[in-house]
Design a protein. Structure first.
Length: 435
C-alpha cells in the first residue's frame, strides 16, 4: 500500500540533530484554540487578535509562553486533557504570565516574534535548549541557563499566575475546577527523577501548596458554573482531528463512534481513510461531515487537503475556494488554495492568492515555500530569495537564511518592504552568529 505522509500542514520551525521543535499549523485546530482562548483573553485584558495560541508537535506534556504574543501548547498535552475547561485553565495560566508582566521582565532583551526572523530566533533557541543526553525536554540543556531562566517561572510567579488564572476563568464564566484537573495530571511528578518528569514540571514547578490553593479556590468559586457546550464542541473537535492525524488510522476508526457529534465522527473517519490512501472512503466521510455542517470552512479545507494530497488539484481548488468564501480571513485556508492553484499550473492565480495569505500570516513556512516557488516561476528572483530567507529563518536555519537574505538585498530595490524583511533576516542571522 502506498504510504502518504500527512501532517496537518506541518511547518518545521526549528531543530537540532537530537530533536526538532515543530509547529502544527492547521486552520481548524487553531480556530478551535482561539475560540477556547477568546473569553480567557478578554478576562485577562489581552487582545485575541494579537495573542495567538499555537500547537507544538510534541507528545510530551507542556505549555509555555514564547513571548507576549504567542502561547504554545504541546500536542501531547492537548491529547491528554479531557475537558474544555482544562485546556482553558492552561491558557488562563499562560495568559496570566503575560498579563502580570512576568514575560516582559524576564525577556526584556528578547527579540519580538512579530517578524519571521524574530519567531525563528525564539523557537530555534527553545529547540537548542533540548538535550537528548539529559532527557529534560524544553528549557533544559547543557548550555540552556539563559532560556531556562526565560521559561522556568519562580514558585511565587506560578502562585500569582494560578490566582490570576482562576480569576480570569470565573470572570469568563468557566469552572476553575479545570485548573485542578490539569494539576492532578502532574501530581506525584516531583517524586520522579528529573529525567522522567514531564517538561511542564520543569517550566511550571508544582507544589502541594499550589494544588491545595487551587482546590480551595475551585471549591469556593467553581460551583454551579455549567459547562459551555460551544467550548466543549471546539475542544472535542480539535482533539478529535489531532488524534486522527497523530494516532494509527485503525485506532481512530475503532474510536470514531465515541465522538461528541456526528460531524466530528465523520471528520475523524475521513482523516483515517485518507491516511490509508483510500480516497473514495475519505471523500465519502468528509462529505458526510459536510452534510451536517455544509458551510463549515474548515471541513471544506480538509476536503481540499485530501484532494490535493491525492493529486486531484482541480477538485482541490474548488473545495479550497469554497472554504475561502466562508473564511476569507484565514491565511491557512488561502495558503491551501494557493498551493492547489500552484499544483494545477495556474501560477498567476496562485501568486495572487499566496500574497493575500502572506499579508495575513507571514510566519507559515509552507506558505513561504509556495510563495518563493511562485515568485521564481514568474521571474521575480529577488522576492523569491526574500521569501526563502524568511522561511529558513522561521525554521531556525539562520546560516541558510543569511545566504538568501544577502541575495535578496542585492536584487531588490533598497528600502522596499521585501528588502527590509530581508535585511531583518540578515541582521538576525548576524546577531545569532555573534552569540
Amino acid at each position: 500500500m502506498r504510504v502518504i505522509i500527512l501532517s496537518l500542514c506541518l511547518a518545521l520551525v526549528a531543530g537540532t540533530p537530537a530533536r526538532a521543535l515543530t509547529l502544527l499549523r492547521d486552520a481548524d485546530i487553531e480556530y478551535a484554540l482561539s475560540e477556547l482562548a477568546r473569553p480567557i483573553f478578554a478576562a485577562a485584558g489581552l487582545s485575541p487578535t494579537n495573542t495567538k495560541v499555537l500547537l507544538v508537535d510534541d507528545t510530551s506534556l507542556n505549555a509555555f509562553v514564547a513571548d507576549n504574543a504567542h502561547i504554545l501548547i504541546h500536542s501531547g498535552l492537548l491529547m491528554k486533557l479531557e475537558t474544555a475547561r482544562s485546556v482553558q485553565a492552561v491558557l488562563a495560566h499562560e495568559a496570566a504570565h503575560i498579563a502580570n508582566g512576568h514575560i516582559s521582565r524576564r525577556a526584556a532583551n528578547m527579540r519580538s516574534a512579530r517578524t519571521a526572523a524574530g519567531l525563528g530566533l525564539i523557537l530555534s533557541g527553545l529547540a537548542a535548549t533540548q538535550s537528548a543526553e539529559a532527557g529534560l525536554g524544553l528549557a533544559v540543556g547543557t548550555q540552556s541557563s539563559v532560556l531556562r531562566n526565560f521559561l522556568a517561572h519562580t514558585r511565587a510567579e506560578e502562585a500569582a499566575a494560578d490566582q490570576s488564572a482562576v480569576r480570569y476563568m470565573i470572570r469568563a464564566g468557566i469552572d476553575p475546577m479545570g485548573a485542578v484537573e490539569v494539576m492532578q495530571i502532574f501530581r506525584g511528578q516531583e517524586a520522579l527523577t528529573i529525567s522522567r518528569q514531564d517538561p511542564y514540571m520543569l517550566t511550571h514547578p508544582l507544589s502541594r501548596d499550589r494544588l491545595r490553593t487551587l482546590e480551595g479556590l475551585a471549591n469556593a468559586y467553581g460551583r454551579d458554573i455549567p459547562k459551555d457546550p460551544t467550548a466543549e464542541y471546539w475542544f472535542q473537535r480539535a482533539k478529535g482531528k489531532l488524534t486522527a492525524f497523530e494516532r494509527n488510522p485503525g485506532w481512530t476508526l475503532k474510536r470514531a463512534g465515541e465522538s461528541a457529534t456526528p460531524d466530528i465522527r465523520h471528520m475523524r473517519e475521513a482523516v483515517a481513510h485518507h491516511r490509508r490512501a483510500d480516497l473514495g472512503r475519505a471523500i465519502q466521510s468528509i462529505d458526510a461531515a459536510l452534510a451536517q455542517r455544509p458551510n463549515d470552512p474548515f471541513l471544506l479545507d480538509l476536503k481540499g487537503q485530501i484532494l490535493l494530497e491525492s493529486r486531484r488539484a482541480p477538485q482541490a481548488i474548488a473545495a479550497y475556494a469554497q472554504a475561502a468564501r466562508f473564511a476569507p480571513k484565514s491565511a491557512l485556508i488561502l495558503g491551501g488554495l494557493g498551493r492547489a492553484q500552484l499544483a494545477s499550473g495556474d501560477t498567476g492565480s496562485a501568486l495572487a492568492t499566496l500574497e493575500r495569505a502572506y499579508a495575513r500570516d507571514s510566519q507559515d513556512p509552507r506558505l513561504l515555500r509556495d510563495l518563493s516557488v511562485a515568485y521564481a516561476q514568474t521571474g521575480q528572483n529577488g522576492l523569491a530569495s526574500a521569501a526563502t530567507a524568511e522561511r529558513y529563518a522561521i525554521q531556525g536555519r539562520l546560516k541558510d537564511a543569511a545566504i538568501h537574505a544577502e541575495r535578496a538585498l542585492q536584487l531588490l530595490p533598497r528600502g522596499s518592504p521585501a528588502w527590509r524583511r530581508a535585511e531583518d533576516v540578515a541582521v538576525a542571522a548576524r546577531t545569532a552568529a555573534r552569540r
